[in-house]
Write a protein that binds this ligand. Structure first.
Ligand SMILES: Nc1ncnc2c1ncn2[C@@H]1O[C@H](COP(=O)(O)OP(=O)(O)OP(=O)(O)O)[C@@H](O)[C@H]1O
Length: 376
């Protein structure tokens, strides 16, 4: 009986070991396939054909010191494979002169983000469907790398990487990713300085460590250093959507410090920010306006549209109206109706508190200036 029991025990162990072996072999095969797929993605042909002209052109007739000059000429655009009956953009013509502050507004699905995607050359307009013209040349003529070096894009996708916060901000200017002073300046501009001070490790905090570490039977005294290292590898911190947005905005300000940015596209980045955060972000972006064309896509009307040199009001893929805030309000059309819907949502008390907020922010800004120049 004892022999049978021992044999049974061993046969169970053997079956278990064989099962594990087969499972491991299958897993190993799957890992090798995944790695192969990963390497093969490097060979995927980019559908966007690169141009040959470096931006800015060395013998530029256009004056790029003010920013990028943008023109859309009779642009119609449908997303690849899209089955929708109407194109995303339908015969859109507009011009955003170098150095302007443009605001694109309009109802959902109007084509606002599509304009930004075409400017970033995430997609190209099909031949015969109009042209996107940058400083007088079709956008396809420029090399992608040189054009994108002149862009800063700020969207609502809060993309943080599994790196230290300093590096997440510093990626805006990879050559200066170790320059803590520049990073702190960018963090102040992007509204993330207060957030950084919340963490024990400040800018060195890593929100998403990629390694999960396991320590087995570690002795508190004997393995103190090892335990500290393992502790750092464990994810313990989380930030809110608005806080992530502040970090990503700081990266955009870091990008400004390259001195090469000629176009800033801001696609509804403030949806996660509180009203004060949004107001301060827009104010600081506007303050960095020199030498740049700025395009804001927004659903929130207010101080931004009032500062705009040009407002583009999109509706169902077409430009419904084009002009300044005063001109479009006088038209009493699509823009005015969208504006009034939002204005009505504010009670008198809210309007009062908004102006108090502006007042306080302005006073803080002046105080800040005084401290910088050494006044008391
Ligand atoms: N990747 C895509 N593939 C197919 N269709 C798309 C894609 N992205 C957008 N669209 C369609 O293109 C049209 C314009 O979309 P777009 O995102 O430009 O609008 P929007 O004005 O920015 O809208 P919202 O205010 O909702 O952000 C919409 O009908 C949308 O469904």
């Amino acid at each position: 009986m004892t022999s049978i029991a021992i044999m049974q025990e061993y046969s169970t162990s053997l079956r278990y070991a064989l099962q594990m072996l087969f499972w491991d072999v299958r897993q190993a095969g799957k890992c090798v396939t995944d790695i192969k797929v990963l390497y093969e993605t490097a060979n995927i042909q980019n559908q966007i054909v690169d141009g040959t002209v470096e931006y800015p052109r060395p013998t530029d007739d256009a004056d790029t010191s003010k920013g990028i000059d943008i023109e859309l000429r009779n642009v119609s655009f449908a997303y690849p494979g899209d089955k929708a009956e109407e194109n995303a953009l339908r015969d859109v013509s507009l011009r955003i002169p170098a150095g302007s502050l443009a605001v694109i507004v309009g109802a959902n699905g109007g084509g606002k983000s599509t304009i930004i995607k075409l400017l970033a050359r995430m997609y190209d307009v099909a031949p015969g469907s109009g042209a996107v013209v940058i400083d007088g040349l079709p956008i396809q003529d420029y090399t992608l790398a040189s054009l994108r070096q002149a862009y800063a894009l700020l969207t609502q996708d809060h993309q943080l990487f599994p790196l230290a916060l300093a590096e997440n901000i510093g990626l805006g200017y990879p050559e200066k990713v170790d320059d803590r002073e520049m990073i702190m300046q960018a963090a102040r501009d992007g509204g993330a300085a207060e957030l950084l001070s919340k963490f024990k490790d400040g800018v060195e905090t890593n929100l998403e460590p990629v390694t999960t570490a396991y320590g087995y039977q570690l002795d508190d005294d004997k393995h103190k250093t090892l335990k500290t290292v393992l502790g750092k590898l464990e994810k313990t911190t989380e930030v809110s959507g608005g806080e992530k947005q502040r970090l990503v905005s700081s990266r955009a300000f870091m990008r400004f410090q390259t001195g090469k940015i000629k176009l800033l596209c801001v696609d509804e980045p403030s949806s996660a920010l509180d009203p004060k955060g949004e107001f301060e972000l827009f104010e600081r972006l506007r303050a960095a306006r020199a030498g740049k064309t700025m395009i804001f896509v927004t659903h929130r009307f207010g101080h931004l549209t009032k500062h705009a040199d040009i407002i583009i009001c999109m509706k169902a893929g077409k430009v419904a109206e084009l002009g300044t805030h005063q001109e479009l309000m006088a038209l009493d059309g699509e823009y005015a109706s969208l504006y009034n819907v939002q204005a009505q949502a504010f009670t008198a008390a809210e309007v009062r508190s908004f102006f108090v907020l502006i007042h306080v922010t302005e006073r803080l800004r002046l105080l800040d200036k005084c401290m910088v120049i050494g006044c008391t």
